[in-house]
Design a protein around this ligand. Structure first.
Ligand code: DGP
Length: 112
């Protein structure tokens, strides 16, 4: 298994877990870009958001259901942002689908 996030999900590499269910694992980003910065990843290995189609479409629902729960447990009452980077133009660096959950501050209106 040479995927970093598969190894984190398997517990082979330590992480600060904030949420887990049978489909989803979430942990704090090692390089936070907001007061709250959590990575939400499907346990199923998908490379990126371009694979969220057909039989994988339910993965997106699982991720956003987890995001809403985590935002509540993290006290993000002012709101939050969910971002996924897909491919080189978006600077995706880990090729296991993941969503950044950001919050705890007023974020920039511009996203690129
Ligand atoms: P992206 O650029 O969208 O592929 O985001 C990858 C994120 O993963 C980046 O914000 C840093 C984070 N990250 C990379 N390696 C590790 C790690 O070993 N542990 C944790 N907690 N986060 C990591």
């Amino acid at each position: 298994m040479d995927c970093l996030f598969c190894r984190i999900i398997a517990g082979e590499i330590p992480s600060t877990k904030v949420y887990e269910n049978d489909k989803v694992y979430a942990f704090r980003d090692i390089n936070p870009q907001a007061p709250t910065h959590i990575l939400i990843v499907p346990k199923q290995h998908l490379a990126d958001a371009s694979e969220l189609k057909g039989e994988n479409a339910a993965v997106a629902a699982d991720i956003f259901a987890a995001a809403a729960e985590i935002a509540k447990s993290e006290g993000l009452t002012g709101g939050f942002r969910v971002v996924t980077n897909c491919g080189d133009d978006a600077c995706q660096s880990v090729h296991h689908l993941h969503f950044h959950l950001l919050g705890g501050t007023k974020m920039a209106e511009k996203m690129s």
